[in-house]
Design a protein around this ligand. Sequence first.
Ligand code: FMN
Length: 216
Amino acid sequence: MEQEYARLNMPIGETMFSQRSIRRFRSDPIPVDDLRVIMDAAVKAPSGGNRQPARFLILTDPDVIREFGALYREAWWAKRRDEKRPWTRREEIPAEDRGSTAAARLADEIKDAPCIVLALTTVKNGASSVIPSVQNLMLAARALGIGSVPTTLHAQVLERVYALLNIPPELEFHLCIPLGYPRGRFGPTQRIPAAEVTYHNRWATPAPWSVAAARA
Ligand SMILES: Cc1cc2nc3c(=O)[nH]c(=O)nc-3n(C[C@H](O)[C@H](O)[C@H](O)COP(=O)(O)O)c2cc1C
Protein backbone atom coordinates (compact mmCIF):
# COMPACT_ATOMS: atom_id res chain seq x y z
CA MET A 1 0.00 0.00 0.00
CA GLU A 2 1.25 3.47 -0.85
CA GLN A 3 2.44 5.38 2.20
CA GLU A 4 -0.02 8.12 3.11
CA TYR A 5 2.79 10.67 2.89
CA ALA A 6 4.16 9.57 -0.50
CA ARG A 7 2.87 12.74 -2.17
CA LEU A 8 4.58 14.98 0.42
CA ASN A 9 7.83 14.77 -1.49
CA MET A 10 8.98 18.41 -1.44
CA PRO A 11 12.26 18.64 0.53
CA ILE A 12 11.43 19.72 4.07
CA GLY A 13 13.88 22.64 3.86
CA GLU A 14 12.17 24.05 0.78
CA THR A 15 8.79 23.52 2.41
CA MET A 16 9.67 25.37 5.60
CA PHE A 17 11.75 28.12 4.04
CA SER A 18 9.20 29.03 1.36
CA GLN A 19 6.12 28.88 3.59
CA ARG A 20 4.69 32.33 3.94
CA SER A 21 1.21 33.60 4.69
CA ILE A 22 -1.08 33.13 1.73
CA ARG A 23 -4.21 35.25 2.11
CA ARG A 24 -5.52 35.34 -1.48
CA PHE A 25 -6.84 32.13 -2.95
CA ARG A 26 -7.98 30.83 -6.27
CA SER A 27 -11.49 29.42 -6.14
CA ASP A 28 -10.40 25.88 -7.20
CA PRO A 29 -11.46 23.30 -4.63
CA ILE A 30 -8.83 21.26 -2.83
CA PRO A 31 -9.04 17.57 -3.79
CA VAL A 32 -10.32 15.40 -0.96
CA ASP A 33 -7.20 13.21 -1.24
CA ASP A 34 -5.07 16.27 -0.55
CA LEU A 35 -7.23 17.28 2.42
CA ARG A 36 -6.76 13.79 3.76
CA VAL A 37 -2.95 13.94 3.46
CA ILE A 38 -2.96 17.37 5.10
CA MET A 39 -5.02 16.10 8.03
CA ASP A 40 -2.96 12.91 8.28
CA ALA A 41 0.08 15.18 8.70
CA ALA A 42 -1.78 17.29 11.29
CA VAL A 43 -2.59 14.34 13.53
CA LYS A 44 1.03 13.11 13.43
CA ALA A 45 2.11 16.09 15.55
CA PRO A 46 3.09 15.60 19.19
CA SER A 47 0.79 16.43 22.09
CA GLY A 48 1.18 16.41 25.87
CA GLY A 49 1.17 12.80 27.09
CA ASN A 50 0.04 11.83 23.58
CA ARG A 51 -3.46 12.72 24.81
CA GLN A 52 -4.28 14.16 21.36
CA PRO A 53 -6.90 16.71 22.35
CA ALA A 54 -6.84 18.43 18.93
CA ARG A 55 -10.01 18.39 16.86
CA PHE A 56 -10.53 19.90 13.42
CA LEU A 57 -13.52 21.11 11.48
CA ILE A 58 -13.05 21.41 7.70
CA LEU A 59 -15.41 23.79 5.92
CA THR A 60 -15.82 23.38 2.15
CA ASP A 61 -19.53 24.16 1.68
CA PRO A 62 -19.59 27.62 0.04
CA ASP A 63 -22.78 28.59 1.89
CA VAL A 64 -21.27 27.69 5.25
CA ILE A 65 -18.01 29.46 4.39
CA ARG A 66 -19.94 32.57 3.35
CA GLU A 67 -21.80 32.68 6.67
CA PHE A 68 -18.63 31.97 8.60
CA GLY A 69 -16.82 34.63 6.57
CA ALA A 70 -19.21 37.33 7.77
CA LEU A 71 -18.42 36.39 11.38
CA TYR A 72 -14.68 36.26 10.63
CA ARG A 73 -14.86 39.76 9.19
CA GLU A 74 -16.74 41.06 12.22
CA ALA A 75 -14.13 39.41 14.47
CA TRP A 76 -11.24 41.00 12.58
CA TRP A 77 -12.66 44.46 13.05
CA ALA A 78 -13.52 43.75 16.71
CA LYS A 79 -9.83 42.94 17.28
CA ARG A 80 -8.83 46.26 15.70
CA ARG A 81 -11.28 48.03 18.01
CA ASP A 82 -9.67 46.27 21.02
CA GLU A 83 -6.25 47.41 19.76
CA LYS A 84 -7.69 50.94 19.60
CA ARG A 85 -6.83 51.26 15.92
CA PRO A 86 -8.40 54.38 14.45
CA TRP A 87 -9.72 52.63 11.33
CA THR A 88 -13.20 51.27 10.77
CA ARG A 89 -12.87 50.47 7.05
CA ARG A 90 -10.15 48.83 4.94
CA GLU A 91 -9.68 52.04 2.92
CA GLU A 92 -8.60 53.87 6.10
CA ILE A 93 -5.60 51.59 6.75
CA PRO A 94 -2.36 53.34 5.72
CA ALA A 95 -0.94 51.72 2.58
CA GLU A 96 2.48 51.30 4.24
CA ASP A 97 0.89 49.04 6.87
CA ARG A 98 0.99 46.15 4.46
CA GLY A 99 0.36 43.47 7.06
CA SER A 100 -2.89 45.04 8.26
CA THR A 101 -3.94 45.83 4.70
CA ALA A 102 -3.45 42.19 3.69
CA ALA A 103 -5.18 40.89 6.84
CA ALA A 104 -8.13 43.25 6.29
CA ARG A 105 -8.42 42.08 2.71
CA LEU A 106 -8.49 38.49 3.93
CA ALA A 107 -11.29 39.50 6.31
CA ASP A 108 -13.25 40.73 3.27
CA GLU A 109 -12.36 37.80 1.02
CA ILE A 110 -12.31 34.76 3.33
CA LYS A 111 -15.98 34.23 2.53
CA ASP A 112 -14.84 33.03 -0.92
CA ALA A 113 -12.01 30.73 0.28
CA PRO A 114 -12.40 27.18 -1.04
CA CYS A 115 -11.64 25.65 2.35
CA ILE A 116 -11.27 26.70 5.97
CA VAL A 117 -10.02 24.50 8.81
CA LEU A 118 -10.88 25.33 12.41
CA ALA A 119 -8.49 23.93 15.04
CA LEU A 120 -9.97 23.19 18.44
CA THR A 121 -9.21 21.10 21.52
CA THR A 122 -11.32 18.93 23.77
CA VAL A 123 -9.53 20.50 26.76
CA LYS A 124 -9.22 24.08 27.99
CA ASN A 125 -5.84 25.78 27.59
CA GLY A 126 -5.00 23.23 24.91
CA ALA A 127 -3.10 25.57 22.59
CA SER A 128 0.28 23.91 23.03
CA SER A 129 -1.21 20.54 22.01
CA VAL A 130 -2.87 21.81 18.83
CA ILE A 131 -0.38 24.35 17.47
CA PRO A 132 2.16 21.66 16.43
CA SER A 133 -0.67 20.01 14.47
CA VAL A 134 -1.54 23.28 12.79
CA GLN A 135 2.07 23.80 11.74
CA ASN A 136 2.19 20.25 10.32
CA LEU A 137 -1.07 20.93 8.51
CA MET A 138 0.25 24.15 6.96
CA LEU A 139 3.58 22.57 5.95
CA ALA A 140 1.83 19.59 4.35
CA ALA A 141 -0.44 22.01 2.51
CA ARG A 142 2.56 24.02 1.32
CA ALA A 143 4.24 20.83 0.06
CA LEU A 144 1.11 20.22 -2.05
CA GLY A 145 1.15 23.78 -3.40
CA ILE A 146 -1.71 24.86 -1.14
CA GLY A 147 -1.45 28.17 0.72
CA SER A 148 -2.62 28.92 4.24
CA VAL A 149 -2.40 31.39 7.09
CA PRO A 150 -3.15 30.86 10.77
CA THR A 151 -5.72 33.34 12.05
CA THR A 152 -7.73 33.96 15.20
CA LEU A 153 -11.32 34.98 15.94
CA HIS A 154 -12.74 37.25 18.65
CA ALA A 155 -14.90 36.47 21.68
CA GLN A 156 -17.61 38.69 20.20
CA VAL A 157 -18.40 36.10 17.48
CA LEU A 158 -17.48 32.77 19.10
CA GLU A 159 -20.95 31.81 20.33
CA ARG A 160 -22.38 32.46 16.87
CA VAL A 161 -19.55 30.49 15.21
CA TYR A 162 -20.23 27.54 17.51
CA ALA A 163 -23.97 27.75 16.79
CA LEU A 164 -23.46 28.04 13.03
CA LEU A 165 -21.16 25.01 12.91
CA ASN A 166 -22.78 22.87 15.65
CA ILE A 167 -19.55 22.90 17.70
CA PRO A 168 -20.11 21.48 21.20
CA PRO A 169 -19.58 24.23 23.80
CA GLU A 170 -16.94 22.28 25.74
CA LEU A 171 -14.50 22.47 22.82
CA GLU A 172 -11.95 25.26 22.89
CA PHE A 173 -11.36 27.17 19.67
CA HIS A 174 -7.76 28.03 18.76
CA LEU A 175 -7.11 28.87 15.14
CA CYS A 176 -8.88 29.28 11.84
CA ILE A 177 -6.80 28.37 8.80
CA PRO A 178 -8.07 29.21 5.32
CA LEU A 179 -6.59 26.93 2.66
CA GLY A 180 -6.42 27.35 -1.09
CA TYR A 181 -4.21 27.49 -4.16
CA PRO A 182 -2.44 30.83 -4.00
CA ARG A 183 -3.12 33.87 -6.08
CA GLY A 184 0.47 35.04 -5.72
CA ARG A 185 3.54 33.10 -4.78
CA PHE A 186 5.11 31.22 -1.98
CA GLY A 187 8.48 32.64 -1.17
CA PRO A 188 11.01 33.87 1.33
CA THR A 189 9.92 35.48 4.59
CA GLN A 190 11.37 38.30 6.68
CA ARG A 191 12.56 36.87 9.98
CA ILE A 192 15.03 37.85 12.67
CA PRO A 193 18.21 35.78 12.18
CA ALA A 194 18.27 32.75 14.48
CA ALA A 195 21.51 33.94 16.10
CA GLU A 196 19.74 37.13 17.28
CA VAL A 197 17.07 35.20 19.16
CA THR A 198 19.14 32.23 20.35
CA TYR A 199 21.51 31.96 23.32
CA HIS A 200 23.87 29.17 24.23
CA ASN A 201 24.12 27.33 27.57
CA ARG A 202 23.50 30.52 29.58
CA TRP A 203 21.07 33.32 28.75
CA ALA A 204 22.75 36.16 26.84
CA THR A 205 25.71 34.00 25.75
CA PRO A 206 25.76 34.07 21.94
CA ALA A 207 24.70 31.13 19.85
CA PRO A 208 27.62 28.94 18.71
CA TRP A 209 27.57 30.48 15.25
CA SER A 210 27.89 34.17 14.51
CA VAL A 211 25.21 36.57 13.29
CA ALA A 212 27.57 37.64 10.49
CA ALA A 213 27.98 34.03 9.34
CA ALA A 214 24.23 33.52 9.47
CA ARG A 215 23.67 36.61 7.29
CA ALA A 216 26.38 35.67 4.79
C1 FMN B 1 -1.15 33.08 16.46
C2 FMN B 1 -1.23 33.76 15.12
C3 FMN B 1 -2.34 34.54 14.82
C4 FMN B 1 -2.45 35.15 13.57
N1 FMN B 1 -3.58 35.85 13.28
C5 FMN B 1 -3.74 36.35 12.05
C6 FMN B 1 -4.97 36.98 11.69
O1 FMN B 1 -5.91 37.05 12.49
N2 FMN B 1 -5.10 37.45 10.42
C7 FMN B 1 -4.10 37.34 9.50
O2 FMN B 1 -4.28 37.77 8.36
N3 FMN B 1 -2.90 36.77 9.80
C8 FMN B 1 -2.71 36.25 11.06
N4 FMN B 1 -1.55 35.62 11.38
C9 FMN B 1 -0.48 35.50 10.38
C10 FMN B 1 0.70 36.43 10.70
O3 FMN B 1 0.32 37.75 10.40
C11 FMN B 1 1.90 35.97 9.86
O4 FMN B 1 2.28 34.69 10.30
C12 FMN B 1 3.09 36.90 10.00
O5 FMN B 1 2.76 38.20 9.61
C13 FMN B 1 4.26 36.41 9.15
O6 FMN B 1 3.84 36.39 7.81
P1 FMN B 1 4.72 35.68 6.66
O7 FMN B 1 4.80 34.23 7.06
O8 FMN B 1 3.95 35.89 5.40
O9 FMN B 1 6.04 36.32 6.66
C14 FMN B 1 -1.41 35.01 12.63
C15 FMN B 1 -0.30 34.22 12.93
C16 FMN B 1 -0.21 33.58 14.14
C17 FMN B 1 0.98 32.70 14.43
